[in-house]
Design a protein. Structure first.
Length: 351
């Protein structure tokens, strides 16, 4: 039985679980439209995840995906963190604020969060997905024992092989075009920066589990191309940012609808990990700094504080405005309508 038949999905489309953007309303709309909706819980704790999953369960009986961060436990470095705050201090002062006295690890890795595991085993969402790495074998066994199908992101054939060995039921081929954080397992290692087309074909040819294509796909023609490459589905994130169900604020939406959409860039400065976003005041600042950046997600604590200070002063260009290279193709419409538009663009019979 195919991966999607096991999920009883009608459409080979997955809404990417972009933290800070995806919402229960969006996930429900996508799932009820016959695709796979997603929520990200890596930026919340076990209680928050439980509340989100229960909300989804109350709104739909369709499958949905719950996404987690599985980054390496960060090693605090007081000197690097102090130097980074010193480098950001002049910008903070521009907005009449001071940088925080210190930085915290604001997101826990799933591998360090037993309470999160208990919630997932109890609620047993149909799909659980992972970004930045893989859960340890005991967590994989527990989730599979609860009946969850497991998906992990890979940016290279080597990472995909590790996903298969770990027992993943499918692998997301995250191309370099993708918006948001690169899923590289080792952010300090050699990133081959493979594009979606090449990576998808490499994985289809080299692993024996279904492959989901992700990165730069914004319309039905892109979804169709992913399927022609051998993927079982396409995962779209940036395409859903402009939907009214998205949690993106007005400034983020305005930037996505501006010339900035044509100029995405990869930066570590916002969070401590490489991520693709719209060029804005923060990315411009990062290009002018020559200071080591703290580890993810410690650096994100500084990035969020700077954005808050800037917004309080009326400046909206310091947000984490994640977006992929297909950003100019974004269309503001309700999520269910977007799914229907994607299907029509795929040119399927009776679509």
């Amino acid at each position: 039985m195919s991966f999607f038949n096991r999920l009883s999905l009608d459409l080979p489309i997955i809404q990417a679980p972009m933290a800070g953007v995806s919402t229960p309303a969006m996930a429900v709309a996508v799932s009820n439209a016959g695709a796979l909706g997603s929520i990200a819980v890596g930026a919340t704790d076990a209680a928050g995840a439980d509340a989100l999953i229960r909300e989804l369960e109350s709104l739909t009986d369709r499958p949905f995906n719950v996404n987690l961060f599985v980054h390496a436990t960060p090693q605090a470095d007081a000197r690097v963190e102090a130097d980074w705050l010193d480098a950001l201090a002049p910008t903070f002062r521009t907005f009449g604020a001071n940088p925080p006295d210190g930085l915290q690890t604001i997101y826990r890795s799933f591998n360090d969060d037993d309470a999160m595991l208990r919630v997932l085993v109890e609620r047993a969402p149909r799909v659980v997905s992972f970004h930045f790495g893989l859960p340890d074998p005991a967590r994989v066994r527990a989730l599979k024992g609860a009946g969850c199908l497991l998906i992990a992101s890979a940016t290279s054939p080597e990472e995909a092989r590790l996903c298969v060995e770990a027992g993943m039921d499918a692998v997301v081929a995250q191309g370099y075009e993708a918006g948001g954080h690169r899923g590289v397992f080792d952010p300090d290692g050699d990133d081959a920066q493979l594009g979606t087309l090449a990576l998808t074909r490499l994985l289809v040819r080299s692993i024996d589990v279904p492959v989901v294509a992700a990165g730069g796909i914004m319309d039905g023609q892109g979804v169709r191309a992913a399927l022609d490459l051998g993927a079982v589905a396409a995962q779209l994130g940036t395409a859903f940012i402009a939907c009214p169900e998205s949690a993106a604020d007005a400034a983020y939406r305005a930037a996505l609808d501006s010339g900035a959409a044509h100029h995405t860039t990869i930066t570590r400065a916002i969070s401590g990990r490489p991520a693709r976003c719209l060029r804005n005041r923060f990315t411009e600042l990062a290009e002018s700094l020559d200071t080591p950046i703290p580890a993810y997600p410690i650096a994100y604590d500084a990035g969020k504080a700077l954005n808050a200070a800037a917004k309080a002063a009326g400046e909206t260009g310091f947000g984490a405005q994640w977006a992929g290279q297909g950003a100019p193709l974004a269309r503001p419409m309700p999520a269910a309508e977007l799914v229907a538009t994607l299907v029509r663009g795929m040119g399927l019979p009776n679509s």
